[in-house]
Write a protein that binds this ligand. Structure first.
Ligand code: FAD
Ligand code: NAI
Length: 463
């Protein structure tokens, strides 16, 4: 096996493996170091993919119980088989991680198995062996943020990794943190029968989301029975016979209360993962949150060392990591790699889904940008009615003077797919008028996007 490469990528998550593949396509000799037994990183092994498998399975069950009767479809003795559901999830994960292994072979990328530690700016050690490269990319991802006083055991007090692998449906699941993970995995277990209480520090859910959408989102989650304790923090967890007794306090101070759970999911955010990498040995700078500091071209302060994905600043999303991986490989090959951070969508895969791209109303107000709003409810969309999925709306924000699209927010059926045309529109610098004048097939959910764009100018047809 060679010990010198054009490029060594540390970490085989969506940032790292995609960077490795693009660099190999561009003719570089590439090695990718991964300490996990399988490729694909957090995303494929314990993140995006397994959580979406469980969301889909639990959504199917929920629809059978609560959604199909309106279509005249009746089912008797409805039930689910949790081990089988978990088996499906594991199969999907296996197929995806094996798929990356196949792509590595296809692109002649060397997988170095083990944990990497920097020895010098151009040298890393893996399993006692040194490897050198002209360029080294740190793509080591993130890990969940711990909560002091609430010790994780991944069985009763879990992170997302434990929450996608529970052996039985908890009677009462308390989720600490009303963000992406808490609401997606809270939905999974609620649909499967758990009582679910979300304890959130702030007085609203998903702080990065448009406020109006977040309020609507909370209502839809409350409809499936999820309970919320907003403006509340957890200050302790004690193990009791029946599970865990949590101590809750109002975020702004006040009287403490006790809340018992049989499973607690800690989902208060993720932080850059650089442990054991030996960044100090080579002097790679990190910021106050432990993230590797990079310039606009993903270069760290040490020549030859770069970083991408969750380990650097920006949204912790798989497709953001992938875009960075591709852009960096192209930059290293002398091309013009670029990531448009204004056009990175975010999607919460509950049902209805919530999807967004660009600015929220709160951000535009804070920046003093004058904007117009167009909104259209799925209740007035023919296809949504036919589907029996009429909850939610599309909200489009455009510049008051130029009409250029500044942001788009959707809560509704398949919002994650619907947002794509608006991401594309923002990428192309389109106006709301451009979207409004584009023919949208009838009857589709996408017509709600067109109508919202028409509504920016007060001329929606179907409302
Ligand atoms: P990672 O995927 O974290 O990969 C880093 C890899 O580096 C890991 O495999 C790790 O083992 C390896 N590594 C670390 N240190 C070393 C070392 N020293 N030597 C060798 N290897 C090392 N994002 C979305 O866009 N959509 C979703 O639906 C979504 N769902 C999620 C659900 C959950 C439950 C979680 C936890 C996350 C989810 N995310 C989702 C976020 C997404 O998983 C991350 O943004 C993405 O995985 C980041 O990619 P990355 O390549 O930067 O890092
Ligand atoms: P998050 O940042 O989305 O949400 C964390 C929530 O916890 C916030 O609302 C925050 O106010 C709250 N919080 C913080 N400290 C708290 C405390 N002490 N007590 C109570 N609440 C507290 O983080 P989460 O859900 O852990 O997910 C991490 C990241 O993973 C996400 O930000 C996202 O980038 C990624 N992810 C993406 C998904 C997707 O794209 N569908 C799905 C899951 C994760």
């Amino acid at each position: 096996m060679p010990s010198n490469f054009d490029l060594i990528v540390i970490g085989a998550g969506p940032g790292g493996y995609v960077c490795a593949i693009r660099a190999a396509q561009l003719g570089m000799t590439v090695a990718c170091i991964e300490k996990r037994a399988t490729l694909g990183g957090t995303c494929l092994n314990v993140g995006c993919i397994p959580s979406k498998a469980l969301l889909q399975s639990s959504e199917n069950y929920h629809a059978l119980l609560h959604g199909f009767a309106q279509h005249g479809v009746m089912a008797k003795e409805v039930g689910f088989d949790l081990p089988k559901m978990m088996g499906h999830k594991d199969e999907v994960v296996g197929a995806n991680t094996k798929g990356v292994e196949f792509l590595f072979k296809k692109n002649k990328i060397t997988w170095l198995k083990g944990a990497a530690t920097f020895k010098a700016a151009d040298t890393v050690s893996v399993a006692g062996q040194n490897y050198t490269a002209r360029h080294i990319v740190i793509a080591t991802g993130s890990e969940s943020v711990p909560l002091p006083g609430v010790e994780i055991d991944e069985t009763t007090i879990v992170t997302s990794t434990g929450a996608i692998a529970l052996a039985s449906v908890p009677k009462h699941l308390v989720v600490i943190g009303g963000g992406y993970i808490g609401l997606e995995l809270g939905s999974v277990w609620r649909r499967l029968g758990s009582e679910v209480t979300v304890v959130e520090f702030l007085d609203r859910l998903v702080p990065t989301m448009d406020g109006e959408i977040a309020a609507a989102f909370q209502k839809t989650l409350a409809k499936i029975g999820i309970k919320f304790k907003l403006g509340t923090k957890v200050t302790g967890a004690a193990r009791i016979d029946a599970g865990i007794a949590l101590t809750l306090e109002p975020a702004k101070g006040g009287t403490a209360e006790r809340l018992d759970a049989d499973v607690v999911l800690v989902a208060i955010g993720r932080r850059a993962h650089t442990e054991g990498l030996g960044l100090d040995a080579v002097g790679v700078a990190t910021d106050e949150r432990g993230r590797v500091v990079t310039d606009g071209h993903f270069a760290t302060n040490v020549a030859g060392i770069y970083a991408i994905g969750d380990v650097i600043a920006g949204p912790m999303l798989a497709h953001k990591a992938e875009e960075e991986g591709i852009a960096l490989a192209e930059l290293l090959a002398g091309q013009a790699g670029h990531v448009n951070y204004g056009a990175i969508p975010g999607v919460v895969y509950t049902w209805p889904e919530v999807a967004a791209v660009g600015k929220t109303e709160e951000e535009l107000k804070a920046e003093g940008v004058a904007y117009k709003i167009g909104k259209f409810p799925f209740m007035a969309n023919g296809r949504a009615r036919a589907m029996g999925d009429t909850e939610g709306f599309v909200k489009i924000l455009s510049d008051r003077t130029t009409d250029r699209l500044l942001g788009a927010h959707i809560i509704g059926p398949d919002a994650g797919t619907l947002i794509a045309e608006l991401v594309m529109a923002i990428e192309f610098g389109a106006s709301a008028e451009d979207v409004a004048r584009t023919s949208h097939a009838h009857p589709t959910l996408n017509e709600a996007v067109k109508e919202a764009a028409l509504a920016v100018d007060g001329r929606a047809i179907h409302i």
